[in-house]
Design a protein around this ligand. Structure first.
Ligand SMILES: [Zn+2]
Length: 545
């Protein structure tokens, strides 16, 4: 009896050690601007085969968060795929002030490369500013580059950062031509399957449609009324209400660019994802492949309309159908038990501040431009004739370091004085909650708690500014009475879904806290490969079979 048990034990452990247990394909889905709350609020409108299939048959973490500030798209995608935070991977914003060249840079811009697919397109990009490897890079390294890695999105950074440094391809939507393009970083011509897909001119047909709600509009009881004072209007539209005649509106809203502000951009990306699975033969051989998908349109609709709009709800009901469609394709092409899907978001989103103010909840719009003017005026008393503030970017103050590089006796002291003066000044400004100088953040431990810890993990000493501030809850930089944004350290921006589904994943749910940086090392354990180079997260053992 004991021998038999031992044999069973040995054969089971051999089985779990063998390569057989690896999935043939990993599909990573990042939804740009998705709250965990949406899975509950819109649940009754979802079908059985989309989000509900991932939740019901997979594992849902109900208490997953970004563990740093700022909660933006570029840093979010880099953190999901590297298992690190901006202090390590260096993607400190979508754009930031580059101290060295004294110019704002985009997280994926790279003028050493050229667009491929449309010479006028937004394609001079690469992942070179991301300082750590990604899970996708580690998969390539671990299989001597036999695994195939493809990243796709409507936004360039949503495709480029997840696909990593070694990707076989990354493709994104070009708002000038309505085509998917790439960069010469990856290849010098588009593959035939991408050319064929572009030849279908799907973007054009979506933009000749009318966007109406997919269900009768009276059923959208989970959202506010359609005509709301908190929603932005498209150019040429009198009110922010359905129906949206895209054929008319495209003339005044950047033509092909308009697609990204509608759920049809997600439809287009889903069709492109299916074409990539076939075109690249994803999940067909022994080496695990990786398809990284980022749905950008919920973010663009969400910024304009806010989380209580029917436009956002309709976008999610349609995204649910896209996910169902994608899963069906994976069942058919890869086989139901041969793939793994994870779904998360790059950040969540704040309520529209004006809506909160009108409902007696503290909120506000913070005017960065007047802060810059006022701060420079204030500093004139102490440093006459000098413009101390070089830039305010992503809630950080960048000082004009050249002004402190002169007299070696006084330079360092002047810098300390300026930093102290600015820190004190900021603490008195309405809307500012906390202020930290670079020196204070330098002393903070990586696992520090509270807002300070969120800042420490998001602060890169080479790239970030000299002083960082965090606004009060539900204060956003800029904006007016309509629309909203994200970027803060508060839970409305940090709390996102993490769903895992498929081969090697348990069924269940957990409300234990998990950080976004735990996704990449969980995939490393599942795929039996190294952790990404800068990884600071831990595998989520409760979800692994
Ligand atoms: Zn985003």
């Amino acid at each position: 009896m004991k021998k038999i048990l031992l044999l069973i034990f040995i054969s089971r452990s051999l089985l779990s050690y063998s390569q057989e247990t690896k999935p043939k394909l990993v599909v990573g889905i990042v939804v740009d601007q998705m709250r965990q709350e949406y899975l509950y609020r819109f649940e009754s409108k979802f079908g059985e085969g989309g989000f509900k299939r991932l939740v019901g048959k997979g594992f849902m973490l109900t208490n997953a968060h970004y563990n740093y500030v700022p909660t933006y798209t570029g840093p979010g995608h880099a953190s999901v795929y590297s298992g690190a935070t901006p202090s390590v991977h260096g993607i400190i914003g979508n754009d930031w002030w580059d101290k060295g060249i004294k110019k704002s840079v985009n997280c994926v811009e790279d003028d050493r490369h050229k667009p491929v697919g449309n010479p006028e397109g937004n394609g001079d990009v690469s992942p070179w500013r991301m300082l750590s490897s990604t899970i996708t890079d580690e998969l390539k390294i671990g299989t001597q580059k036999k695994s195939k890695v493809i990243g796709i999105s409507v936004k360039d950074r949503g495709a480029v950062l997840p696909a990593g440094h070694l990707a076989d391809g990354a493709y994104w939507y070009d708002g000038k031509s309505g085509k998917f393009i790439t960069s010469s970083y990856y290849k010098n011509t588009l593959p035939q399957w991408v050319e064929t897909f572009n030849g279908l001119k799907l973007a054009d047909s979506y933009l000749n449609q009318i966007w109406n709600t997919v269900l009768p509009i009276t059923q959208y009881i989970e959202s506010s009324q359609d005509e709301s004072p908190y929603e932005r209007k498209l150019q040429g539209k009198e009110k922010p209400v359905f129906p949206y005649n895209l054929k008319e509106l495209r003339k005044t809203n950047g033509d092909f660019d308009l697609l990204a502000a509608t759920p049809f951009g997600d439809d287009l990306l889903t069709e492109f994802a299916k074409a990539s699975i076939l075109g690249e033969q994803m999940g067909k051989d022994a080496d695990t492949d990786f398809l990284a998908i980022s749905f950008s349109c919920p973010d663009i609709v969400g910024h304009a309309m806010g989380p209580n709009s029917i436009e956002v709800e309709d976008t999610y009901i349609r995204l649910d159908k896209n996910i169902e469609d994608l899963l069906k394709t994976l069942d058919k092409e890869v086989g139901e038990n041969n793939y793994v899907v994870f779904l998360t978001a790059d950040h969540a989103v704040a309520e529209v501040p004006q809506y909160l103010k009108d409902n007696r909840i503290p909120a506000g719009n913070f005017a960065v431009s007047s802060l810059e003017v006022n701060l420079n005026d204030f500093l004139q008393k102490y440093f006459p004739g000098k413009k101390i503030i070089e830039k305010i970017s992503n809630d950080q103050i960048f000082l004009n370091q050249d002004l402190f590089a002169g007299d070696p006796k006084s330079a360092g002291i002047d810098l300390l004085i300026a930093t102290e003066l600015i820190t004190n000044y900021l603490q008195s400004v309405e809307g500012v909650a906390q202020v930290f100088s670079k020196a204070v953040l330098k002393q903070g431990a990586y696992n520090e708690t509270g807002i300070k810890g969120m800042m420490v993990r998001g602060f890169n000493f080479k790239r970030s500014g000299d002083i960082a501030y965090q606004l009060e809850p539900h204060w956003i930089s800029g904006g007016g009475a309509q629309g909203t944004t994200h970027g803060s350290a508060y839970s409305y921006d940090t709390h996102v879904p993490i769903l895992f589904y498929g081969k090697g994943i348990k069924q269940g749910a957990s409300s234990s806290y998990h950080a976004i940086t735990d996704i990449a090392p969980t995939l490393s354990v599942l795929l039996k490969i190294k952790f990404p180079s800068g990884c600071t997260g831990q595998p989520i053992s409760e979800i692994l079979d």
